[in-house]
Ligand binder design. Sequence first.
Ligand SMILES: Nc1nc2c(c(=O)[nH]1)N[C@@H](CN(C=O)c1ccc(C(=O)N[C@@H](CCC(=O)O)C(=O)O)cc1)CN2
Length: 292
Amino acid sequence: MADIIDGKAFAASLRASIAAEVAALSFQPGLAVVLVGDDPASKVYVANKARQTVEVGMRSFEHRLPAETTQATLLALVQSLNADAAVHGILVQLPLPRHLDADAIIAAISPAKDVDGLTVTNAGLLANGLPGLVPCTPLGCILLLHDRLGGMTGLNAVVIGRSNLVGKPIAQLLLQQNCTVTIAHSKTRDLPTLCRGADILIAAVGRPEMIKGDWIKPGATVIDVGINRVPAAAPGKTKLVGDVAFAEAAGVAGIITPVPGGVGPMTIACLLRNTLTAAKRIESRATLVSEV
Ligand SMILES: Nc1nc2c(c(=O)[nH]1)N[C@@H](CN(C=O)c1ccc(C(=O)N[C@@H](CCC(=O)O)C(=O)O)cc1)CN2
């Protein structure tokens, strides 16, 4: 039976260390989160972000806009947050309603405040191995992997999924760890055979329990990024499952993350970590400028 990573406990200890660092600062970091519309899961994530932001001693600025918000209104809000000195981090909750152009909204966020790490500037810095802001879920995955495996040099890593939010940035982070990285996606041929060669398997495909036990190399480390709500046994009830068929996979893998309680909680903890990083950089630049 695989060793099961407790992402909830890891995230709690990361938040405790962030809170200790915040308490020692001479200023208060601020995070602005923007929610457009009524997506039920997004509402829960945004509420959790605001609560955890306050719990670590930061200021939380919540902006809830109606589903029919225009592109111009949302752009104007992002621009006002860019200019607000109390705001060190800006996050626009995804997905946005379909009539909005998410790429244009993300592009409007100041890269220094882009705590989601989604702007072209931060994606480019990551690709070039330079310090920037790294997307939260991939950062959470790499922290969990680092904690369990230490070095990853020479390991074969297969990432299933090529999104800008998870697949591409995690592939870059694994490359930085000297893994041999393969990015697989919906058009990949013979995915089970490819997965069986992976020492590290990252599932970020968004399909409930798609990755079966016999796709996994014995002893491999399996990180399940999927969060899929499916009908539960009891009528009218739902439950969360990952992209990996957990019970089967746990019998073969060496280390595995569960869903819920694996990677998910790391996403918000890493958002707070990115906000702290952004705030320290912004404030130290402001100090340098004021000393000139
Ligand atoms: N702008 C962004 N939008 C979205 C991101 C993101 O990183 N930036 N990620 C996801 C949603 N997300 C945060 O926004 C998120 C997902 C899951 C969890 C989490 O704690 N999951 C728990 C289960 C929670 C539940 O019961 O539903 C777990 O896996 O244990 C936190 C944050 C999409 N949008």
